[in-house]
Design a protein around this ligand. Structure first.
Ligand code: PEP
Ligand code: MG
Length: 322
């Protein structure tokens, strides 16, 4: 994009997948979903085994670094039993809520990450943040574990701390959150789900899962504006970031950092290098004026067909992308 650098990172859970990402020109790991280390419910890896896994992933990510998201799991994944089944697990005791309730597991994980960060570039992402209070409580725990490691004379490293923005209340309080973190990650998969009250895994409501819904576009714009004001980076790491149909729009809205499945990288790079920032800004302004997802989709499709058809894979512009 004419002189503006867009960083393309990889969402990687198994080290081998990063080979492919690097081959495709990905720079670092923008999202490591640490719950991938939990082979089955209740089987939470020890501090040592987590530390080894984080060190390995940090090693291969190299100077571009890895952003490790703390366990984004439901209470069922702890496998302790004794908890009644939740009626609404996606609104339940999960993710950062579980970490702040069952702090023993959280502290173990934090220590493993801090130790793995010794002489490596590692950041922590806090998932499902709903307001600044969870950020403050998490940071206090991270500080305590850092002090403990220091007292024990263990090796550890510096980490940046970021919040996953995927809950509507986090969008509405983004100024406060942005003032208390080093970066934010936009989890568009959950943001669309929670903002529009549409189960992301329920085919019956797939038509209501609209990435281009005006509420989503406004939420994204607000997050980008607040991050720019606080001078912190935004990494977009939901599926939206890896879909070439949405990439020009995203770039026009603001972010310079996208993290995606390794397989999406070649196509994303092709699109990113073929568009101009000025045009994406115009396009984003037009989409911001749309009152429906359908209208936004039409604007994007028509613009792509007229100007950038050569950048997209055959068939992509014919498919539905709401
Ligand atoms: C998201 O919610 O967009 C995200 C990146 O995380 P996950 O898909 O793991 O919830
Ligand atoms: Mg999520």
């Amino acid at each position: 994009t004419n002189g503006t650098n867009i960083t393309i990172r990889a969402n990687v859970d198994i080290p081998e997948a990063y080979d492919l990402a690097q081959l495709f020109g990905g720079e670092g790991i923008g999202l490591f979903r640490s719950e991938s280390l939990i082979a089955n419910p209740g089987n939470i890896p020890s501090e040592e085994s987590q530390c080894t896994a984080y060190r390995q992933i940090a090693e291969i990510a190299g100077d571009a670094g890895v952003k490790i998201r703390t366990f984004d799991i439901g209470i069922d994944q702890l496998g302790d039993g004794g908890f009644s089944t939740e009626r609404n697990p996606s609104l339940g005791l999960r993710s950062i809520r579980l970490s702040l309730t069952d702090t023993a597991h959280f502290r173990t994980q934090i220590r493993a990450i801090l130790r793995a960060a010794h002489e490596k570039r590692v950041d922590i992402i806090l998932p499902m943040i709903s307001g600044v209070e969870e950020v403050i409580r998490s940071r206090a725990i991270i500080d305590e574990e850092r002090e403990r490691l220091s007292r024990e004379r263990s090796y550890f490293g510096n980490v940046g701390i970021g919040a996953m923005i995927e809950v509507p209340s986090a969008v509405l309080t983004i100024e406060e959150i942005a003032a208390n973190v080093d970066f934010v990650c936009l989890g568009t998969n959950d943001l669309v789900q929670y903002l529009l009250a549409v189960d992301r895994d329920n085919d019956a409501v797939a038509d209501w899962y609209q990435t281009l819904h005006p509420a989503v576009i406004r939420a994204l714009s607000d997050v980008f504006a607040a991050a720019a004001y606080s001078n912190i980076p935004v990494i977009v790491c939901g599926e939206m970031a890896g879909s070439s149909f949405y990439i020009p729009l995203l770039i026009g809205l603001g972010p310079r950092d996208l993290s995606m499945n390794p397989n999406s990288i070649p196509q994303a790079r092709r699109v990113v290098s073929g568009i101009s920032l000025r045009e994406t800004k115009k396009l984003a302004a037009n989409v911001r004026g749309c009152t429906t997802a359908e209208a936004a989709e039409r604007i994007l499709r028509e613009y792509y067909l007229e100007n950038w058809a050569h950048l997209f894979q055959p068939g992509l512009l014919a498919a539905k992308h709401r």
